[in-house]
Design a protein around this ligand. Structure first.
Ligand code: DGT
Ligand code: MG
Length: 365
């Protein structure tokens, strides 16, 4: 049974970064149910519970075939009592009553509506819900105080919640590439995020900029963004300066959702429509993240920005628990030897960690 279930005929490894997780898998109804509960737990501030459901879903995504019976769960790691019940319900009835209740609940639906606004996180959405706000119209009519980012998010709500197609991600990348070429020939633009993992569509376009000569990338981003702006390509942007390396030693980059310190631009592009007769108008708003990495940090940035989020979280957890190393999107630090472990490729980072290399298409944990 175990041999039949586990990839490569081995028992399934406990960390997602030790497994291969393809984009398409055979347990969609189960993972959808578990991920709904993970999302709902996140909305309630129960990070631990959310993580437990996410872990269970991730294990099922790595199975080579459809889970037929509850007994097959026996050999799998990380599936708790609650997840097991959900799986049993879906296997037996096709749906899980608890999940259906959540999906219909006013709180879940409102939280989903609000957190889909660019710039609105769980805390803000939760506060609005408690104040009795329920719709996007409520936000406008009650003059809710919004940041500039949230205003842009609301203005382009429809577009930003329409998936970005791969062709759109590629034309965005080309536009940025052209701008980059004007100011710094030799610099590169790399499409990361879900598209690098092979997803056909996504919620945004994640682009990494670097130059083979360390230091040459400094100052590039503001020039590129100004130029794109002058061409009418930018509907919104706010930039953040590089703040890495201001202190010596490893930076654990605390916070719940580990942010990095690269020079970075959060933006909304005005993308010319790809044509097609059904196109309602000539352009579409698309979320774009531009991140600049010095070449010595580039492999870490690439690994960190390719995702999935769960794969990244598991990599960091593996590094810290199993190897006493601190991994982030800038560097890998060995706390036993008190030194940074440099890398010129993602493969080398996996080697430092003593992990088998997992190609991007298999990081859909
Ligand atoms: P989607 O929803 O289709 O865009 O899917 P992804 O996988 O592209 O998700 P996204 O764009 O939210 O994030 C891509 C990866 O980049 C993810 O593994 C986490 C990472 N990432 C996103 N934001 C940050 C950040 O602020 N700092 C760091 N270090 N990583 C981030
Ligand atoms: Mg993305």
């Amino acid at each position: 049974r175990v041999a039949e279930l586990a990839p490569h005929g081995r028992q399934m490894a406990p960390y997602a970064c030790q497994r291969r997780t393809p984009l398409l898998h055979s347990n969609q109804p189960l993972t959808e149910a578990l991920e709904t509960l993970a999302e709902e737990a996140g909305f309630s501030g129960s990070e631990g519970r959310s993580l437990a459901f996410t872990r269970a879903a991730s294990v099922l995504k790595a199975l080579p075939g459809r889970l037929g019976a509850l007994e097959e769960l026996g050999s799998l790691p990380g599936i708790g009592e609650h997840s097991r019940r959900v799986i049993q319900d879906v296997l037996e009835d096709g749906v899980c009553a608890e999940v259906e209740r959540v999906k219909l609940s006013e709180r879940y639906r409102t939280m989903k509506l609000f957190t889909k606004i660019f710039g609105v996180g769980v805390r803000t959405a939760s506060r609005w819900y408690q104040e009795g706000l329920r719709t996007l119209l409520d936000l406008q009519e009650r003059n809710t105080k919004l940041t500039r980012q949230q205003q842009a998010g609301l203005r382009h709500y429809g577009d930003l919640n329409t998936p970005v197609e791969r062709s759109e991600a590629e034309s965005t990348s080309r536009a940025v590439q052209e701008a980059v070429k004007r100011f710094l020939p030799g610099a590169s633009v790399t499409l990361a995020g879900g598209f690098r993992r092979g997803k056909p569509r996504g919620h945004d376009v994640d682009l990494l900029l670097t130059h083979p000569e360390e230091g040459r990338e400094v100052g590039l981003l503001s020039r590129v963004v100004s130029w794109l702006d002058s061409q009418g390509l930018i509907l919104y942007q706010h930039s953040q300066e590089n703040s890495y390396g201001l202190r010596e030693g490893p930076e654990p980059l605390g916070g719940r959702d580990v942010m990095d310190r690269f020079e970075r631009c959060f933006s909304i592009f005005r993308l010319e429509a790809q044509g097609g007769p059904g196109a309602p108008r000539g352009w579409k708003a698309v979320r774009v993240d531009l991140v600049v990495a010095p070449v010595s940090q580039f492999p870490f940035a690439l690994l960190g920005w390719t995702g999935s989020r769960h794969f990244e979280r598991e990599l960091r957890r593996f590094a810290s628990r199993e190897r006493k190393m601190v991994l982030n999107s800038h560097a890998l630090y060995d706390t036993r030897q008190n030194l940074f472990l440099p890398a010129t490729s993602e493969e080398e980072i996996f080697q430092h960690l003593g992990l088998e290399y997992v190609p991007p298409a298999q990081r859909n944990a």
